[in-house]
Design a protein around this ligand. Structure first.
Ligand code: AQP
Length: 348
């Protein structure tokens, strides 16, 4: 059997306004992969509804994320860009994986525990069943295309470990049927988690211990992709910092979460390493660094926001892009799903 082709899959859920963490941890890193891989980038609307979404907001955010992909440099002719619910095979494979994954695996997911409240998920009576099963749908998103790499932020590592566990168990449980179909290797690849760059976990601007997140209650802690230049500058200038000046080496950032966060954001926006940033700013105070960071952030984000606004204003064009992406995604998914049904023993 031929080796798996280098194919990348990733997605973002339309559950709020896109922020700098989504951009630096995910979208910005999606772009160069277009040169080396077959790339599939999804707006995972089925994941979004694991918590309540107003239907009108869900629709608006779906368009906004697709627009952000394109405005950030993804080429819809090269990359496959679509929203998850248009390719129903995601749901079908998600169900099969619900029957492969074990309840115990899901109970260990920290994101579920966080969202269901406390260590033991004390609020689990009140959250949706979908939220619990989220990681097996995520495994289906990736493995439906036999993707070999998934670029994500640091917070998604545990879910991707679970994707590997599901692939391993499926390959093991159905070994005989997989061989019977003519595959002498595994049916699903063991996916690599591509967590790279200086800003894999962008933190809140107000609390260096908290991840920047769509659902943060405080507006000042989060830079949104659609923020205007003044708002971006104001948020950076008011970001929490310590009284020390910047160190000359990365080691000097240890124990200084807020400082480390701002330097990592600068490095990522400038395509530099943390050491390069500190070579320039080491010894400087915040009065010099923050305005430089604000200027850099505005120069990168403002053109993207402008293009996003233009794209979301043209829904007919966006619908065309998403439909075309879904058609191309289906062309990969349908033959895989036919094989998977045969492997599992479904009569067609
Ligand atoms: N703060 C972050 N730093 C780096 N990467 C991040 N990502 C999210 N926050 C950061 C990455 O963005 C991609 C899409 O994330 P998602 O929308 O699927 O879910 P999430 O990680 O749960 O994002 P949020 O913003 O925190 O949403 P809510 O508040 O709704 O749960 C992923 O690659 C993620 O790693």
């Amino acid at each position: 059997m031929m080796a798996f082709i280098p194919r990348v899959f990733s997605g973002i859920k339309p559950s709020g306004d896109l922020h700098l963490g989504n951009y630096l941890g995910a979208i910005r890193r999606f772009v160069p992969l277009q040169q080396t891989h077959e790339t599939i980038y999804c707006v995972v609307d089925m994941h979004a509804i694991t918590v309540w979404q107003e239907p009108e907001d869900l629709r608006r955010w779906t368009y906004e994320i697709a627009a952000a992909y394109i405005a950030s440099g993804l080429d819809p002719k090269k990359s496959i860009i679509f929203n998850q619910s248009q390719v129903v095979e995601h749901a079908e494979l998600g169900w099969i994986f619900n029957c492969v994954a074990r309840v115990g695996w899901m109970m260990r997911m920290t994101q579920f525990k966080d969202k269901a409240g406390g260590e033991g998920g004390e609020n689990s009576e009140a959250v949706s069943l979908g939220l619990f099963a989220y990681p097996s749908l995520m495994a289906a998103d990736i493995l439906l295309y036999k993707a070999t790499g998934v670029p994500v932020g640091d917070d998604q590592k545990q879910h991707l470990e679970l994707t590997r566990d599901i692939a391993k168990k499926f390959n093991h449980d159905f070994r005989k049927q997989i061989k019977g179909l003519g595959f002498d290797e595994d049916y699903f690849p063991l996916t690599d988690t591509l967590v790279t760059g200086p800003a894999t976990r962008v933190m809140s601007l107000k609390d260096g211990k908290k991840k920047m997140s769509k659902s943060d209650a405080s507006d000042m802690s989060t830079i949104y992709m659609m923020d205007d230049a003044d708002t971006i500058s104001k948020k950076i200038k008011r970001a929490t910092t310590d009284p020390e000046s910047l160190p000359t080496e990365a080691a000097g950032l240890e124990g200084r979460a807020e400082a480390a966060n701002l330097v990592a954001i600068y490095a990522s926006l400038a395509d530099q390493s943390v050491d390069q940033v500190l070579a320039e700013f080491g010894g400087s105070g915040w009065g010099k660094f923050k305005p430089a960071l604000a200027d850099l952030a505005v120069s990168v984000l403002s053109p993207i926001a402008g293009e996003m606004r233009r794209l979301v204003g043209d829904r007919a064009e966006m619908d065309k892009i998403l439909r075309d992406g879904a058609d191309r995604a289906r062309a990969i998914a349908i033959p895989h799903m036919d094989e998977i049904r045969q492997i599992v023993g479904f009569v067609r």
